[in-house]
Design a protein around this ligand. Structure first.
Ligand code: NAD
Length: 301
C-alpha cells in the first residue's frame, strides 16, 4: 500500500486560521497589526523571489510587512546600524535577515544583533539556547518547527520513538534533534561524517531528512511503515521514460523541485511521507507567521 501523504498545505491552512484570531486580537488591542521587517542586502535573485512570497504571505495573514532593501556595497557597520534601528523601533515586532549576505559581511555576527524577542527565525544564540534548555522556547527556527509540527500532524507519538535526523545544520537539523529529544524521542543525528547512513535510517520510525542532496534517501533506506519528513528543496532535471533530460521549447533542460528523498521508491515503503513541494515548505512559511505573532504578543503584552 502506498504511503499516506502528509499534507503540508492543510496543516499550514489550519495554523493560519488559528493565527487569524490572534492577529485580529492584537489589532483590536493596539490599533495596528503585528509587523515583520525583512532586510535584503544586494540583489540575489533567489532572495528577491523569497521576499516577494513573504510579502504575499504576510499580506494574506494581515501582518504588516516592511522590506528594507540595502545595496550590495553595504558595509557590516551600516547593516549593523540598520538592524539596531529596527531593533529599537517599537512598531517592528519581527526582524528577518535575508540570506545570503555579501561575502564581506559575517552573517552570524549580524544575526546576533537582532534582539532575541524580535528574532522570528529563531537563529540567535539566545533563542537556540532556550531550545536547548527547553525553557519557554517560543521563537524556534521555522523549518525545524515545521518538521516537528508535521511529525505531530502525521499522528506520531514522539516519546520513546526511534527517530533519525539526517542533517546537522544549526537552523534545521540540530534544532529538530532538540525538539524531538525534548519530547523524549530517541534521536540519532546523521550527517556528512556518518559512515553507514542506511544502517541508521532503516531503524527509524520517524525519519527527518534535511541534507540538501536530491535522492539521498531511497526506499531501501526506509523502515517499512516509517513516517518520513522530507525537508530538502533541490532543483533536478525532468527525465523521460529512457532517463534522458526533457528539454523545453528553448532547448533548455526542464527542471522541477524535488526533496532529499527519492519519492518514487520511498512511497511504497514508508507509512506516511511529506511531498515536495507541498510538505515542509508551506508549514515553514506558517511558522514564520506564527513566530511573528508570538513576538508581537510578547512585545505588546
Ligand atoms: P546545510 O547545507 O546547512 O546542511 C546540510 C546537512 O546535511 C549537513 O549537516 C550535512 O552534514 C548533511 N549532509 C550533506 N550531505 C550528506 C550526506 N551525503 N549524508 C548525510 N548527511 C549529509 O543545509 P540546511 O540549511 O540544513 O538545509 C537542508 C535542506 O533543507 C536543503 O535542501 C534546503 O534547501 C532545505 N530547506 C528547506 C526549507 C523548507 O522550507 N522546506 C527551509 C530551509 C532549508
Amino acid at each position: 500500500m502506498p504511503a499516506r501523504l502528509i499534507d503540508g498545505e492543510a496543516l499550514a491552512a489550519r495554523i493560519r486560521a488559528e493565527l487569524a484570531t490572534q492577529i485580529a486580537a492584537i489589532k483590536q488591542r493596539t490599533g495596528s497589526p503585528p509587523k515583520l521587517a525583512s532586510i535584503l542586502v544586494g540583489d540575489n535573485p533567489g532572495a528577491k523571489v523569497y521576499t516577494r512570497s513573504q510579502a504575499r504571505s504576510c499580506e494574506d495573514a494581515g501582518i504588516a510587512y516592511q522590506l528594507v532593501e540595502l545595496p550590495n556595497e553595504t558595509t557590516a557597520e551600516a547593516l549593523a546600524a540598520r538592524i539596531r534601528q529596527l531593533g529599537a523601533d517599537p512598531s517592528v515586532h519581527g526582524i528577518l535577515l535575508q540570506m545570503p549576505l555579501p561575502p564581506a559581511i559575517n552573517a552570524r555576527d549580524m544575526a546576533e544583533l537582532i534582539p532575541p524577542q524580535k528574532d522570528v527565525e529563531g537563529i540567535t544564540s539566545a533563542n537556540l539556547g532556550k531550545l536547548l534548555f527547553y525553557e519557554g522556547a517560543e521563537l524556534i527556527p521555522c523549518t525545524a518547527a515545521a518538521a516537528y509540527e508535521l511529525i505531530k500532524f502525521a499522528g506520531c507519538t514522539i516519546k520513546g520513538a526511534e527517530c533519525v535526523v539526517v542533517g546537522h545544520s544549526p537552523i534545521v537539523g540540530k534544532p529538530v534533534v532538540c525538539l524531538i529529544t525534548n519530547d523524549l524521542g530517541t534521536c540519532t543525528c546523521c550527517h556528512i561524517g556518518t559512515r553507514d547512513l542506511k544502517a541508521h535510517t532503516t531503524k527509524a520510525e520517524i525519519l527527518v531528512v534535511a541534507a540538501g542532496k536530491a535522492g539521498l534517501v531511497r526506499g531501501e533506506h526506509i523502515m517499512p511503515g516509517a513516517t518520513v519528513i522530507d525537508v530538502g528543496i533541490n532543483r533536478a532535471a525532468v527525465l523521460d521514460a529512457d532517463g534522458k533530460p526533457v528539454l523545453d521549447e528553448k532547448g533548455k533542460k526542464k527542471m522541477k523541485t524535488v526533496g532529499d528523498v527519492d519519492f518514487a521508491s520511498a512511497v511504497g515503503v514508508a507509512g506516511a511521507i511529506t511531498p515536495v513541494p507541498g510538505g515542509v515548505g508551506p508549514v515553514t512559511v506558517a511558522m514564520l507567521l506564527r513566530n511573528t505573532v508570538r513576538a508581537a504578543k510578547a512585545q505588546v503584552g
